[in-house]
Each structure stands twice: as C-alpha cells, then as structure tokens.
Design a protein around this ligand. Structure first.
Ligand SMILES: *[C@@H]1O[C@H](CO)[C@@H](O)[C@H](O)[C@H]1NC(C)=O
Ligand SMILES: *[C@@H]1O[C@H](CO)[C@@H](O)[C@H](O)[C@H]1NC(C)=O
Length: 287
C-alpha cells in the first residue's frame, strides 16, 4: 500500500477542510444537549438549527456540553412570533451551586404588535438584583438577531446585533463580587411565566395559540473552555474577547441606554432606600 497516493491526499485535505468549517460554531448536536421538554426541543438542518417550544403541558430547554470561563459567545435567536404574551425565552450563562454566577438575557413576550422586553441581569456569588430592561429597536420575531456576551476579567458586555446594550465592570476593588473563577455553561429555555412576564402578569398566555416556538442558529464561542482554562487567560488576551468598548462602542451604548432602556436597578431609589449598590455610584469609574 502506497501512502503517497492521490486518493489518500484528497481524503487528507477533505478532513482538514471539514475541521476548518467546524471551527465556525459547530453543530447543535455536537455542542449542546436537550435537557427537558422531550420532543418539544428539536435539532434540524444537520445540526445547524434548533427550536424550543412550549405548550400547555411543558416548556423545553437545552444546555451546552462544555463549560466556559471568559470569551465571547454569540447566538442568533428568532423569538416566538404572534401572541407570545406570558412566555419567557431565557438565554444565559450560569455556573453551578448555591453561590453561582450568572449572566442573563430573558425575552418577555407580548401580545401581537406590542413590544417584547429584553430583561438582563448579572448574578455574582448567588446574588442578582441587578436588572436592566430594554425595548428592542426591531421586531425580534421577524428575523434572526445576534445576542452576544463578552466576558473577560475586567468586564461583561451584553451585545445585540453588535450594539453594546450593557456593561458590567469588575468592581471588586470596591467590594462588588465579579464572576471570575467559576466556569459557566450556556443554557436556554422557553417556559410559561404569565404570573409576571407581560405587563407584570396582567396579560396571560393564550393557550389557543400554542405551541409557541423560538429558533436558534449560528452559535459561536470564541471562549476558553474550562479544560483549557488551566492555562491562563492571557493566552486569549490578544483576541477580540479581551476587548473593551472603544469610543464608537461607548456612543452606541449611550444611544441604546438613552432611547431603549426602560428599567435600571442603578436608578431605582425606591427599591434601595438604604442607598444604591456601590457599583451604581455615578462618580465611581465603574458605571
Ligand atoms: C407589552 O406591551 C405593553 C403595551 O405597549 C408594554 O407596556 C409592555 O412593556 C410590553 N412588554 C411586556 C413584556 O409587558
Ligand atoms: C460566527 O463566526 C463566523 C466567523 O467569524 C461569522 O461569520 C458568523 O457571523 C458568526 N455568527 C454570529 C452569530 O455572530
């Protein structure tokens, strides 16, 4: 058997090429597992598309097989269309255990034509209470849009179609815990939350419109997987996932916050009568 044959080298290059394609995101079969809801969660188009659905009996959910510690994670979602009131689509990173860290996107549905709310939160050491909510500048049910989390030792940035909407800076030096050591998995689920989701619970889920379905595609993680993370973060620090916002990014962030932010825990004096959380101090460099 001659190893240098043409057939062998074609096979060799084919394998290399497939490897290169896989580096772009990979497939839902490879990178995720369905965790609940049975066949309400489906992977199709050879692993490139995933859907979750919700009916009166159950919602559904999936999680990543890998854990990540720092990086940039992108996913495209198309949310439940039509009357989605009462439904919540959660897409988040979370570590495990009682003092877990968590970085949340939650999409609160609405009746047809009324706006979704994008609810965000950051948990550190098991404690959240850092909600910010936004309307979106597009209809998130018509097309896929990209929702990203950039997480490095200095900051967490939430992005929507590459527009930064929220930045949570590392403020450990003033005593605010930051997610720094616990690796996180990616989770998503679609469930019924009509006791609070839409107009604070006034609008209930219309089960005659079930099943409700959300779609996912084009997952990318430029991230340190827990296994690689034994090596230090510095091996990533030259890459975009170490980035901070430049002037352009800061302008976009201000634009989103000015025109689309509808709730900010940092300005909710009624909720924090003893004083706002330390990271909310406008004179500090952490806001
Ligand atoms: C739903 O629409 C109403 C009316 O426009 C709005 O007040 C509310 O913020 C919207 N979103 C949710 C999730 O309730
Ligand atoms: C994933 O990465 C590829 C290659 O950089 C890019 O073309 C694609 O748009 C990315 N997907 C998302 C959802 O950002």
């Amino acid at each position: 058997m001659a190893f240098g044959s043409a057939a062998m080298s074609v096979a060799f290059w084919w394998v290399l090429l497939m490897g290169a394609f896989r580096a772009y995101g990979g497939s839902f079969y490879e990178d995720f597992e369905i965790t609940w809801g049975g066949d309400r969660a489906k992977v199709f188009n050879r692993g490139s598309l995933l859907s979750l659905s919700l009916d009166k009996v159950s919602g559904s959910g999936f999680q990543s097989k890998k854990q990540y510690l720092y990086g940039r994670i992108d996913m495209q979602l198309r949310l439940v269309a039509g009357n989605s009131a009462g439904t919540v689509t959660a897409y988040y990173l979370s570590s495990e255990g009682a003092s877990h860290d968590e970085i949340d996107f939650e999409f609160l549905g609405n009746v047809s034509g009324d706006p979704y709310i994008l609810h965000t939160n950051v948990f550190t050491q098991g404690k959240g209470n850092r909600e910010q909510q936004f309307y979106l500048w597009f209809d998130p049910t018509k097309n896929f849009h990209t929702y990203s989390i950039l997480w490095n030792p200095q900051r967490i940035i939430f992005l929507v179609d590459n527009y930064p909407i929220r930045e949570f800076k590392n403020a450990e030096e003033i005593g605010v815990p930051f997610p720094r050591t616990q690796p996180m998995r990616i989770y998503s689920s679609l469930w019924n939350a009509d006791d609070w989701a839409t107009r604070g619970g006034l609008v209930k889920t219309d089960w005659s419109k079930a099943p409700f379905t959300a779609y996912y595609r084009n997952f990318n993680a430029t991230a340190c997987t827990a296994a690689d993370c034994a090596k230090s973060w510095s091996s990533f620090s030259g890459s975009s996932s170490a980035a901070e916002l430049d002037a352009f990014g800061r302008r976009r962030l201000r634009w989103v916050q000015k025109y689309f932010m509808i709730y900010n825990y940092c300005t909710d004096l009624k909720r924090f009568p003893q004083g706002l959380p330390p990271e909310c101090n406008r004179r500090s460099k952490f806001l």
